[in-house]
Design a protein around this ligand. Sequence first.
Ligand SMILES: [Zn+2]
Length: 282
Amino acid sequence: MRAGNSGTIPCACCGGFIFKPALNCEGFNFVRCKSCGLVQMNPQPVKNEIIARYNSEFADDYLSYELENEAAFLKLQQLALRDTGFDKLEKTLFSCCKTDEKPSALDVGCATGSLLESLCVRGWRVTGVEISSGAGYAQKTRNLDIKTVPLEECCFPSESFDAVLASHLIEHLNDPRSFLTETFRILKNNGRVFITTPNIGGFQARLFGGHWRSAIFDHLYLFSKKTLTKMLKEAGFKIESRRTWGGLAAGFAPSWIKKPADFFAKRLGCGDVMIIRARKTS
Ligand SMILES: [Zn+2]
């Protein structure tokens, strides 16, 4: 896997070619664009190799990991969505919709489909995108409509969805700009995108550097609130809410340290993970 890569690539946000070192990890490096500040692995593996990786022996491990942690991940996703006003938005959408046309949600990188199932129970029309083995599980066990190719290849009609959700997905993509452009196209006007991703501007990233738990080979980009905001705005979105959470990793410190660290990280906006809610405006 590590043998084939793209060679040095330009910044995915501004197209710049001048970088400075950001994080040195074992066998790969993250660099920071001098112009816009985006941190990306460079060079990085090519798209076909990444897709092959999610369908290799790695796939079974991934599915087991997702299933083992499913309840905890779902709870975190729901909390993050609530923090950005998803529940309020849901109420408004349902109060305005016709009975035969319920609001529609797309979860990109939906894993085993647990979030989609919970939205389905709440009355949403749901669709998922998942290129890994989680897709089969979501299709067979949960009977969900799952597309198994990258979003850009799904060819959804324009203005199809009221909400697009992408949790821990964008940092894995070779071309986050193309993902955001496609998301903008398939959202209805005033539709919302909710993106969750590790926050390189957070306390833990600063503390651990190259040993930060999100500085891993599968993450091609490490966004801060500033760089993700810039990319969303350039794709046409209006930012509505930005939240972070996670002061210290579970197991790293006793709860009497972790609890206040989590509290202050959230309050100060320097948590380990962030969610940004943005709206498509015409
Ligand atoms: Zn740049």
